[in-house]
Design a protein around this ligand. Structure first.
Ligand code: BGC
Length: 374
C-alpha cells in the first residue's frame, strides 16, 4: 500500500478524489500570448495524487506531479515557464506530436502511386511532423469529468497539404487522469484522403524530479526482443535486429547508464539511445504493459501500457545545457528521457513495417496509459 502525502489522512496518494481548487477541476488560466495575438491557456487538473498542467499550445504537458515513496510531490517532466520559450527553442518538451512521430527519410513517401514531399526540418529528413507540427498548434481544449475521471479533450484540424501531408486530418486527443493517478492518452483521427498518421507525446521524464540531474541511474525495462537499427541520420535501415547480447537489451530491466557508453555503432550514431524498440506484443486491441521506468532514489515508478507496436526510447542526447527549465535549472545531456509509443519511424518507406496508412472512412485510434507508483 503506498503511503499518503505528508499530513494526509487519505488512504494513500492514489485514493483521494478530484476535489481541489474549491471543487473546480480542471482549472483554466491565461498562460501567454503568441506573436499573432492568439491566447494560450493552461489547464490544471488532478486526480488520484497526480497533478497535470497542460497548455493549449501543442497540447504540451508543462508539468506532471506525482508523489515519491514518502508522499512528497515533484514535477517529473521537463518544461518551460513561458510560451515564448516553447515557440523559440523547445525540443518538443511535453508536446503532442503529429502528423508523424519521428523521422520520414528525406521527407518523402509514395502512397497509391503518388509521391509526397513533406516539410523537412532535421537535416534532409522530416521529424515529428515538420516545421509546424502539432507541437506548434493551438488546440481547442474542452474539459470534462466523467465518473471519477477528470480530463481534457483537445481538437485540431490539419488541412489538406499541411506540411506536405495529403488529406484534411481531424484529430481528437483525450488526456484523462483516473482516480488511480494514471494519465491516459487516447488519440483519434479521420481523413478525407488517404494519408499516413503516427501520433505520440513527447514528455521528457525525470522521475527524480525535473532539473535534478541525470536519468542514468533510472532503471528501465522494455518488453522487446528487437529494435530497428538506423543509419547515421537516424533513419531505420528496415531490418529489425535482436537486442540479445547488445546494449539494447532492456528485457530484464537495467540501469540506463550501465551500457550507455558501450560504444556500439548504433549508440555512436544517436549519441546514446534514440531508437525504436519493436515491442514483443505487437499491435494490440487493448493497451498492454510494455515498459517500466524506476528511479531508485525517490522510489517513483512509471509503467507504460499501449496498443502501439513500437516504443522510441530517447535518452535526452541532444540536451546541451543551453535551456533553462521551470525549476530554474539548465538541462544537460541525459537529464531526462522520452518513451514515445508509436508505429515505427519511416514506416511509409518500409512496406515490411506495420502500416501507418489511414484512409477515408477509417478512424485512427491509439491509446497509451502512464501509471505512476512509488
Ligand atoms: C527523436 C530524437 C530527437 C528528439 C527531439 C526524439 O523522438 O528520436 O532524435 O532529437 O525526439 O528533439
Amino acid at each position: 500500500m503506498p503511503k499518503g502525502p505528508a499530513g494526509s489522512t487519505a488512504a494513500g496518494p492514489f485514493d483521494f478524489p478530484p476535489q481541489r481548487h474549491g471543487g473546480r477541476n480542471p482549472v483554466k488560466e491565461l498562460f501567454g500570448t503568441l506573436a499573432d495575438g492568439t491566447k494560450v491557456h493552461r489547464w490544471s487538473l488532478e486526480n488520484g495524487g497526480t497533478r497535470l498542467k497542460v497548455l493549449s499550445y501543442g497540447g504540451i504537458v508543462q508539468s506532471l506531479e506525482v508523489p515519491d515513496r514518502d508522499g512528497r510531490q515533484a514535477n517529473v517532466c521537463l518544461g518551460f515557464d513561458r510560451v515564448e520559450e516553447y515557440v523559440d527553442s523547445s525540443p518538443y518538451f511535453g508536446a503532442l506530436i503529429g502528423r508523424y512521430g519521428n523521422r520520414i527519410a528525406e521527407g518523402r513517401f509514395t502512397l497509391d502511386g503518388k509521391s509526397h514531399q513533406l516539410s523537412v526540418n532535421d537535416g534532409v529528413n522530416s521529424l515529428h511532423g515538420g516545421t509546424q507540427g502539432f507541437d506548434k498548434r493551438v488546440w481547442d481544449v474542452e474539459p470534462f469529468t466523467k465518473g471519477s475521471d477528470v480530463g481534457l479533450h483537445l481538437h485540431c484540424t490539419s488541412v489538406d497539404g499541411e506540411m506536405g501531408y495529403p488529406g484534411t486530418l481531424k484529430v481528437k486527443v483525450t488526456y484523462t487522469l483516473t482516480r488511480h493517478g494514471e494519465w491516459r492518452i487516447d488519440y483519434e483521427a479521420t481523413t478525407d484522403k488517404a494519408t499516413v498518421v503516427n501520433l505520440t507525446n513527447h514528455v521528457y521524464w525525470n522521475l527524480g524530479g525535473e532539473g535534478t540531474g541525470t536519468i542514468e541511474d533510472h532503471e528501465l525495462h522494455i518488453a522487446a526482443s528487437h529494435y530497428t537499427p538506423t543509419d547515421s541520420g537516424l533513419i531505420p535501415t528496415g531490418e529489425p535486429a535482436k537486442v540479445a547480447g547488445t546494449p539494447f537489451d532492456f528485457r530484464k530491466g537495467k540501469q540506463i547508464g550501465r551500457d550507455i557508453r558501450a560504444g556500439h555503432e548504433q549508440q555512436v550514431f544517436a549519441k546514446g539511445y534514440d531508437h525504436n524498440w519493436v515491442l514483443d506484443k505487437g499491435i494490440t486491441a487493448e493497451p498492454e504493459h510494455v515498459a517500466t521506468l524506476r528511479d531508485p532514489s525517490s522510489g517513483r515508478t512509471l509503467k507504460i501500457s499501449t496498443v502501439e507496436p513500437g516504443l522510441q526510447f530517447y535518452s535526452g542526447n541532444f540536451l546541451d545545457g543551453t535551456l533553462t527549465g521551470t525549476g530554474g535549472h539548465t538541462y544537460r545531456q541525459g537529464d531526462a528521457l522520452c518513451l514515445e509509443t508509436q508505429h515505427f519511424p519511416d514506416a511509409p518507406n518500409h512496406p515490411s513495417f506495420p502500416s501507418t496508412v489511414l484512409r477515408p472512412g477509417q478512424t485512427y485510434r491509439s491509446t497509451t496509459i502512464h501509471s505512476f507508483g512509488a
